[in-house]
Design a protein around this ligand. Structure first.
Ligand code: AKG
Ligand code: FE2
Length: 374
């Protein structure tokens, strides 16, 4: 989504020294607000690996285990902006059924998919075609197609894991679905995974709060109507030699995500890469049984860049079809992104204008889709 680059100047500690990556300190809470995260945990990381975090403790009420987990999450958020999670609680069969449904959707005739064209809706729902195909016979551009949905309750269950999530706002409203006659049994498995991933997102917010030295319920009243947009993505294989000649021919261009965080399922085809601060692309290789979690710009703004929203891209050189499913998880759209107190100090003054989450995401989505609107 988008092609937004923002590389920061290296951050220096007050003494002028660059802190090493993966600083892992467990210290008592700050005595002065703002001093802790903004100064001591802000690092200038040149990570070479994306950490793998065991989420088991997210299902535990033991405060010591939760604190330990939150510290691992903080390290990843401050230094990398990406981490894998295992033991995330989403059953394999729910994932497999959604992926299978997605494959059947993308196999539909082009015209059937274009009936659901995202440009026909005013809330960014539906189908995004391969961006290159109308502009360049060689397929120059973002070589993926997608299908976007937002919140919708399951037909047989209004109290699934999303709880009270019923987003209202500019990007919400009804989803578009292919007719049952075109694609039987599509909506149910897609929504089942959607609800499972939203449930995981709701489990993560208290841990992000702990990681920011806030009380676990800090985000609770701000996520009652969480924005949660999910995309089914398909990346056809790309000609490796074309990529060598012209780096612009890639599956999804370098970008940062817009919301608070993204929960990404990827299949076994390697394509995703994450850029470290030295500009090096680090492979986010597929690891069976894991999901990838990455932070988006909404969280970076809210935390005054203490949490990193890291540039990433995908290039499918495998020769095989690749499928992935990101879910972009945000807050209620009316939440003001005022810098979180533990993330500002005299040394680290607030960097961003205060706007609502909804205004921010909408402006980013409009920028993403405007160039291909007809
Ligand atoms: O497909 C992937 O691995 C990444 C997708 C992505 O970055 C996005 O949709 O924002
Ligand atoms: Fe992304």
């Amino acid at each position: 989504m988008g092609h937004h680059h923002h590389l920061e100047a290296p951050l220096k500690s007050p003494a002028g020294q660059v802190e090493p990556p993966y600083v892992r300190k467990i210290v008592s809470p700050p005595t002065e607000p703002g001093m802790w995260l903004s100064n001591r945990h802000r690092t200038d990381s040149t990570f070479e690996e994306i950490p793998i975090i065991d989420l088991s403790a997210a299902f535990d009420t033991d405060p010591v285990k939760r604190r330990e987990l939150a510290d691992l999450i903080r390290d990843a958020c401050v230094n990398v902006g990406f981490f894998y999670v295992n033991n995330h609680g989403i059953p394999d069969d729910i994932i497999a059924a959604a992926v299978e449904a997605g494959k059947r959707f993308f196999a539909l005739p082009h015209a059937a998919k274009m009936d659901l064209d995202i440009h026909k809706t005013d809330n960014f729902k539906g189908y995004t075609a391969l961006l290159g195909e109308n502009t360049d016979p060689n397929g120059r551009g973002d070589l993926h197609e997608g299908f976007d949905i937002g919140w919708e309750s399951s037909s047989n269950d209004s109290s699934s894991s999303g709880g009270e999530v019923t987003a209202i706002g500019a990007m919400t409203g009804v989803n578009v679905w292919p007719p049952e006659s075109d694609l039987p049994g599509f909506k149910e498995p897609v929504l089942a995974y959607y609800h499972a991933a939203v449930g995981l997102g709701r489990l993560l917010f208290p841990l992000f709060a702990l990681a920011l030295d806030l009380s676990e319920d800090f985000f609770e009243d701000k996520t009652t109507k969480s924005a949660a947009v999910m995309r089914l993505l398909h990346y056809p294989p790309q000609n490796a030699s074309a990529i060598e000649e012209d780096g612009s021919v890639i599956g999804i261009g370098a970008h940062t995500d817009y919301e608070c965080f993204t929960i990404l399922w990827q299949d076994s085809v390697a394509a995703l890469q994450v850029q470290n601060i030295a500009g090096k692309w680090i492979d986010a290789v597929p690891i069976p049984g894991t999901l990838v979690v990455n932070l988006g710009d909404q969280f970076a703004r809210w935390t005054n860049d203490v949490f990193k929203s890291t540039l990433h891209r995908a290039i499918n050189k495998s020769g095989e079809e690749r499928y992935s499913i990101p879910l972009f998880f945000g807050t209620n759209y009316d939440v003001l992104l005022e810098p979180i107190p533990s993330c500002v100090s005299e040394d680290m003054p607030a960097k961003y204008d205060v706007i609502t989450a909804g205004e921010y995401v909408k402006s980013r989505l409009e920028a993403t889709y405007s160039h291909s609107a007809t």
